[in-house]
Design a protein around this ligand. Structure first.
Ligand code: 9MR
Length: 588
């Protein structure tokens, strides 16, 4: 591929009536002339705005704004300062495919079932993983983590004597990322965002685009919206993760099921030879279950009232169980417990509690949950900010709760205050976005980009989209559109972080089965797969070579660079939420 052009654009394109801006890398101190061309014909021209040195990119840059262009078509290029951009489109419906592609990625993460290449695409079929077929131990009867596995070198048992001593059928669910683990706490936010995008589409009148037959999933044609079918695959698994009655911690959810040791790449799920274990239950996992079961109960009512009733009961029981064990934490250990899985440790579960109370309140209208919201330090009446410039994620769900409380109909007396808090958070993001010559609303207070920065950025974008819904003010929609340009190429490296979208798209996300880089007989990740993106910590052996680089440059499209270039369900759910919004607004 040719060298990255100095004019960085959204390689997918710009919505006809949306904002349009690019970033030019140049040492020029004065404005330079730019021209927008199609088929060598000048469509528009103007002068750039010098923006000086951008520390997040380590580059001197100008902004090229061409908002007034309304001509539709493909093959536009921007020329400035002797450089020519990658080609892009201008059109009304650029994100329709992404709405479905980003969701079908979840089908490819399914565990416990063969993946049908007729659905996911040629070359994407694979045998069922973890179904008790050798060499897999399978997930049909997974034992609890052996005693001693959570004991530190100093002899501290971080599981406080818990040994479980039973086995559970935890077949199904989604693999969290490029590994073979299944984790309740990143499954939770992923389910929430898929349910949330459907719920939002219902409010916006665009749910037909997500209805039965809209996705390439095995359940298409069953009369249920396909996105709900996909969600149910994970919800059913989360239900299986509950501690059985009569056991210690009965009613809580196990934090995760994982391999004992990491397996090398590539490794198809069906070939995974590692023993698998259930890790100790946690309050966070249990509150995640309560939240998404309550949320699911609301949305499944119309399609399967028995399932909805079951989810409602599960949610209430989980909420009560979490009340009984308010701070049972999943430790971040370097013991054997975490020798084959991500820790997903979380020392603050008040936000998880806020979220569970939120969804239970929205589903039941029960005052008990409103009272719990008021007592929570993340609520509007509390003293802890729910929104952070770093974005929300699996570990910080207070902001997501606010978005839900602000947009889902309810009789909560504080609802207007919640809505105002979302708009205030969006205004802060818009102000930060204006400082960024690459136009992205992600300005961490430390200047360092976190693990999964692209997912965090997208969740900031979701706050902007919620402000659009709340106020009807189109400037928030423009902020959303400007914000996603970064993901599709308007960034320091000129890459599109979504596979299959743009000229220079990322394709080698860390995955044990989409491992084309290591074994050409295996596919790349499917279209619509997001890469986690720049991570200032450069925590893996491949990205380590980039340590100390400007934040945006801490990225490489290499399968070994798991700290900067993995794919996960919780980042793709952020992408799917925003893509569903974008497809909706683009077609109006
Ligand atoms: O997304 C997770 C990120 O927020 C954490 O900082 C990081 C380190 O604990 O782990 C990330 O999650 C990874 C998990 O631990 C293992 N599977 C892949 C996940 C994405 O890289």
């Amino acid at each position: 591929m040719s060298a990255v052009p100095r004019v960085r654009v959204n390689q997918v394109g710009y919505l006809t009536d949306g904002p349009k801006a690019a970033t030019l890398v140049t040492g020029a101190t004065a404005p330079v002339r730019w021209r927008l061309l199609r088929d060598a014909v000048v469509v528009a021209e103007g002068e750039s705005q010098p923006r000086g040195h951008d520390p997040s990119a380590g580059l001197d840059v100008h902004v090229v704004a061409f908002d007034d262009v309304r001509v539709e078509g493909v093959g536009f290029v921007l020329e400035a300062d002797g450089a020519t951009s990658d080609p892009f489109a201008v059109g009304p419906a650029l994100y329709d495919d992404l709405r479905t592609d980003s969701l079908v990625v979840f089908y490819g993460q399914r565990s416990g079932v063969a993946i049908d290449e007729a659905l996911l695409g040629p070359g994407y079929g694979r045998a069922a993983g973890h179904v008790d077929v050798a060499p897999n131990g399978g997930d049909g009867a997974v034992p609890c983590l052996p005693a001693g596995h959570a004991t530190t070198a100093d002899g501290v048992d971080l599981y406080e004597g818990w040994t479980g001593g039973y086995a559970l059928d935890v077949t199904g669910g989604w693999y969290d990322a490029g590994d073979q683990g299944k984790y309740v706490v990143n499954g939770g936010i992923a389910v929430a965002q898929l349910l949330g995008l459907y719920e939002r589409a219902v409010r916006a009148g665009t749910a037909d685009a997500l209805g039965d037959g809209s996705l390439r999933v095995p359940e298409r044609g069953n009369g249920v919206p396909d996105v709900l079918d996909e969600v149910r695959w994970e919800l059913d698994w989360m239900l299986r993760m509950r501690v059985p009655a009569g056991e210690r911690y009965a009613g809580l959810a196990h934090h995760k099921v994982s391999d004992e040791r990491w397996v090398p790449l590539p490794m198809l799920p069906a070939d995974d030879p590692q023993p698998r274990f259930l890790h100790r239950p946690s309050t966070a996992a249990t509150l995640n279950l309560a939240a998404v079961a309550a949320h699911g109960a609301r949305l499944f009512t119309e399609h399967d009232d028995q399932y909805a009733a079951l989810l409602r009961t599960v949610a209430l029981d989980a909420y009560d169980a979490a009340h009984e064990y308010p701070v049972l934490l999943a430790p971040d250990t370097n013991t054997l417990a975490n020798a084959g899985s991500g820790p997903y440790d979380d020392t603050d579960v008040d936000d998880d509690r806020l979220w569970a109370a939120t969804e239970l309140y929205l589903t039941t209208g029960d005052e008990r949950f409103a009272a719990d919201l008021r007592a929570n330090r993340y609520h509007v009446t509390g003293d802890t900010p729910a929104f952070r410039p770093e974005g929300f994620d699996w570990n910080h769900v207070a902001a997501w709760s606010r978005l839900q409380l602000a947009t889902v109909a309810s009789a909560l007396p504080e609802r207007d205050a919640v809505r105002a808090s979302v708009v205030q958070a969006a205004d802060a993001l818009v102000a930060q976005q204006a400082t960024q010559p690459f136009g992205h609303p992600y300005v961490p207070s430390t200047g360092r980009y976190d693990w999964g920065s692209n997912g965090l950025l997208l969740n900031n974008v979701a706050v902007l989209a919620a402000a659009h819904e709340i106020t009807g003010d189109a400037s928030y929609r423009d902020a959303v559109l400007g914000g996603v340009d970064y993901l599709f190429g308007r960034n320091a490296l000129g890459v599109s972080y979504v596979t299959g979208y743009g000229t220079r798209d990322v394709r080698n996300q860390h995955s044990r089965w989409y491992a084309h880089q290591l074994d050409p007989s295996l596919p790349h990740p499917p279209r619509g797969t997001l890469s986690g993106g720049p991570n200032s910590d450069c925590p893996d052996p491949v990205s380590a070579a980039l340590a100390g680089s400007p934040a945006q440059c801490c990225f490489v499209d290499d399968i070994g660079a798991y700290g900067v270039n993995e794919m996960t369900i919780n980042w793709n759910s952020a992408l799917a939420w925003v893509a569903a919004y974008l497809a909706g607004v683009g077609n109006r």
